[in-house]
Design a protein around this ligand. Structure first.
Ligand SMILES: NC(=O)c1ccc[n+]([C@@H]2O[C@H](COP(=O)([O-])OP(=O)(O)OC[C@H]3O[C@@H](n4cnc5c(N)ncnc54)[C@H](OP(=O)(O)O)[C@@H]3O)[C@@H](O)[C@H]2O)c1
Length: 334
């Protein structure tokens, strides 16, 4: 048993946003730690992710507990073990897991992954962490691209999209990627993607039709809104749609709104695969077996978009992510 330091600082919801998230919606609060804990952790980096804004919606998204005023924020975190009486963990170990956003965290060993010695710990924030897992579940497990496919991956300079697009490329598919800024598209060209479109351009639908004159056979949807509408119009009959996320809609009152042309998917007999990663956690070890060699041998490219400043930077970093500031996986470091 370990005696904790009893109080720490954490981030809580001050009040829920109705439109765009602002810094005032998240506040620092004194948080009590349990008197006794088996592990005391100090966070080194926290992931900020679009789904965090969906946890602030008043309804829907029942796969995960919704936040309300007073809720402590949590997220995928890399932390250092400060004190341990838990077998398998010792002082100085690095761990990752879904943890509360606090300066000190009381934990037990459950659902914590110890970063293996000799591996790059930062990889566990992205390609070997939740965003890599999302890309793998969506593309490898559900999308199953082949060399016969024309695959569209939207928001491909972001965390999930950049990995998902590379997984499709590795299978020999013709991969069309999109990003909303020139420097993001330049990065995607450097990753070897030949067809890189701008989903924020007013003529995106025309760009897509020109890039895929025979249609998209597999759409990995990350954005929603008008980009999703254009993707549905461009889909070939009997195609597949992997519904990963609708990030452009998360700050609106109707974040799960389907596009007006959704019925086309039925007419075109498109197979729809909506998914959320918590439903696939039994596949975690398969994912690690697949992805760890790719990462270890540098056969997949990934980048972290690091924001410094610890807890004080979480709200601005998340707001920036929701505005599309990031290239690669955005994390907040201490
Ligand atoms: N199904 C699951 O279990 C699961 C798990 C994790 C993530 N996701 C989903 O995967 C998608 C990508 O998530 P991520 O963590 O990898 O984030 P991300 O792509 O690293 O960041 C979000 C990106 O979305 C793009 N975006 C496009 N239109 C936007 C708009 N109107 N407003 C704001 N951003 C816009 C921005 O890129 P541009 O500048 O290129 O527009 C921005 O950089 C999200 O939809 C997320 O909800 C799903």
């Amino acid at each position: 048993m370990t005696v904790s330091r009893k109080k720490t600082t954490g981030l809580t919801i001050a009040h829920l946003p109705e439109g765009e998230l602002r810094c005032e919606h998240i506040e620092k609060t004194v948080i009590s730690l349990p008197d006794i804990t088996r592990l005391l952790l100090k966070p080194l980096a926290i992931s900020v992710d679009p789904y965090m804004r969906t946890r602030m919606q008043p309804s829907g998204y029942d796969y995960i507990e919704r936040w309300k005023a007073g809720s402590t924020l949590s997220g995928w975190t890399m932390a250092e073990v400060v004190i341990s009486s838990e077998p398998g963990f010792k002082q100085g170990d690095l761990v990752v897991g879904h943890l509360p956003m606090q300066e000190l965290i009381a934990a037990d060993g459950q659902h914590l992954i110890r970063v293996p010695a000799g591996s790059d710990p930062e990889a566990y924030l992205h390609p070997l962490g939740m965003t890599g897992f999302t890309a793998w579940v969506g593309m490898q497990l559900l999308g199953q691209p082949t060399a016969e496919d024309t695959v569209l991956v939207s928001a491909a300079a972001g965390a999930v999209g950049s990995i998902a697009a590379q997984l499709a490329q590795r299978q020999g598919a013709n991969v069309i990627v999109t990003a909303g800024r020139t420097d993001k598209r330049d990065w995607l060209h450097r990753l070897g993607f030949k067809t890189v479109l701008n989903h924020r351009s007013p003529d995106y639908a025309r760009q897509l039709n020109n890039a895929a004159p025979f249609g998209i056979t597999l759409n990995f949807e990350n954005i929603g809104g008008s980009a999703f509408t254009a993707a549905i119009d461009a889909m070939r009959p009997n195609g597949r749609l992997v519904l990963c996320g609708l990030v452009s809609q998360y700050q609106t009152r109707n974040p799960r709104k389907s596009p007006d042309n959704f019925a086309q998917l039925r007419q075109k007999k498109v197979a729809i695969h909506p998914f959320v990663v918590p439903d696939y956690l039994t596949h975690w070890n398969d994912f690690q077996r697949f992805m760890a060699p790719l990462v270890g041998q540098k056969n997949i490219t990934w980048r972290l978009d690091k924001v410094s400043g610890g807890l004080d930077s979480v709200a601005p970093a998340l707001i920036g992510l929701l505005n599309g500031d990031n290239i690669g996986k955005r994390v907040v470091e201490w």
